[in-house]
Design a protein around this ligand. Structure first.
Ligand code: 5GP
Ligand code: MN
Ligand code: MN
Length: 326
């Protein structure tokens, strides 16, 4: 399906009266923030908009601050056929989960994304894999639409950029300039980042203690470089939010002896949601792809099957053939 530039994508959206914006399943701040920022902007222009994602059925608590105007609707309430669909931060149609079938029936499906692996599954595809976050691309769309970036919109964009650049660590100069614009629009950057990624209930400490005490370091399993891994079982996760479980990788990946970090998170159905991170030498997307997943060079993921030991053994074997990051 054809690639479109920002001008053509903005023209499509500017003409739409009813727009459904979808984030990937288990949305992060980039996926949901991008969908909400664009949704708010189109609503300001008079369109009917709804924002949704395939799962879970509610907005994760730490992301609720982004939906200041109640644009979210649960997946079950998304009409079976929608005229104009926009999929954000979603590299392939399967990552839309149960809402993926809306792509084929929409008159227009616009994909807005920054994944290298994007499969161009839309009728129109606006993909820039050099953008650090999908929110960066959405900001370009808003400028093209000449929508004023007010504080609620800016908050959503800032959240997406801050999350995907790991608090601006991987942000290019132009993206720092965009962030400055967003702060000037009134965003409380420090408060927003604290709520998104630096604020956990006390029970998180106990969960971390139990999970981290069983973490393992294999000093040369990743082509002679270190591989560290940890497992979050359902019992560990009982009583904490998904946010606490998702934060474990950020602790584990700071292990200085390791090039590659993995965290296996047990799902209610007994599968494993796996997060992979690399520092800069190996491409973990090439590992995730082997197991049907995807992502970016230094941050990727997939769903694993079998015992935790089997999933770790699979990653270890795939690491032997992982491509270099550069
Ligand atoms: P996380 O570990 O934060 O869940 O995911 C890191 C990155 O890997 C995400 O930005 C996303 O692009 C990608 N990712 C995670 N899980 C999956 C998956 O199951 N399939 C695909 N295609 N990508 C994934
Ligand atoms: Mn994402
Ligand atoms: Mn993203």
């Amino acid at each position: 399906a054809p690639e479109v530039d920002v001008t053509a994508a903005a023209a499509l959206l500017g003409a739409a009266a009813d727009v459904t914006l979808l984030a990937h399943v288990n949305p992060d701040a980039d996926a949901l923030g991008s969908a909400l920022a664009l949704g708010l902007a189109l609503r300001r222009r008079g369109a009917t908009v709804r924002v949704s994602f395939g799962a879970p059925s509610a907005v994760p608590e730490s992301l609720r601050v982004l939906d200041s105007e109640g644009l979210f609707v649960p997946a079950a309430e998304v009409p079976a056929v929608v005229p104009v669909l926009v999929a954000l931060d979603t590299g392939s149609v399967d990552r839309l989960g149960p809402l993926g079938d809306r792509v084929a029936t929409a008159d227009v499906s616009l994909v807005v994304d920054h994944h290298v692996s994007n499969t161009r599954y839309g009728s129109h595809n606006l993909v820039d894999d050099r953008a650090e976050a999908t929110a960066v691309i959405v900001a370009r769309l808003l400028d093209e639409l000449a929508v004023e970036i007010d504080e609620p919109i800016a908050r959503c964009l800032y959240a997406g950029i801050a999350t995907d650049t790991v608090s601006f660590r991987f942000a290019k100069p132009e993206t720092h300039r965009l962030a400055a614009r967003l702060l000037e629009a009134g965003v409380d950057g420090a408060g927003l980042i604290r709520g998104l990624m630096d604020s956990h209930p006390f029970a998180w400490l106990g969960m971390l203690a139990s999970v981290l005490s069983a973490a393992q370091l294999e000093p040369d399993a990743a082509q002679g470089l270190g591989f560290v891994h940890a497992v979050v079982r359902r019992a560990d996760a009982a009583g904490v939010r998904a946010e606490e479980v998702e934060s474990v990788i950020d602790v584990v990946r700071s292990t200085s002896e390791a090039e590659v970090a993995a965290v296996l998170k047990e799902t209610p159905s007994g599968e494993w949601t796996v997060s992979l991170r690399a520092v800069g030498r190996l491409d973990v997307r090439s590992v995730a792809v082997r197991f049907g997943g995807g992502g970016h060079r230094l941050a990727a993921g997939f769903t694993g099957h079998g015992t935790a030991e089997e999933v770790v053994a699979g990653i270890r074997a795939a690491l032997a053939e992982a491509t270099p990051a550069h």
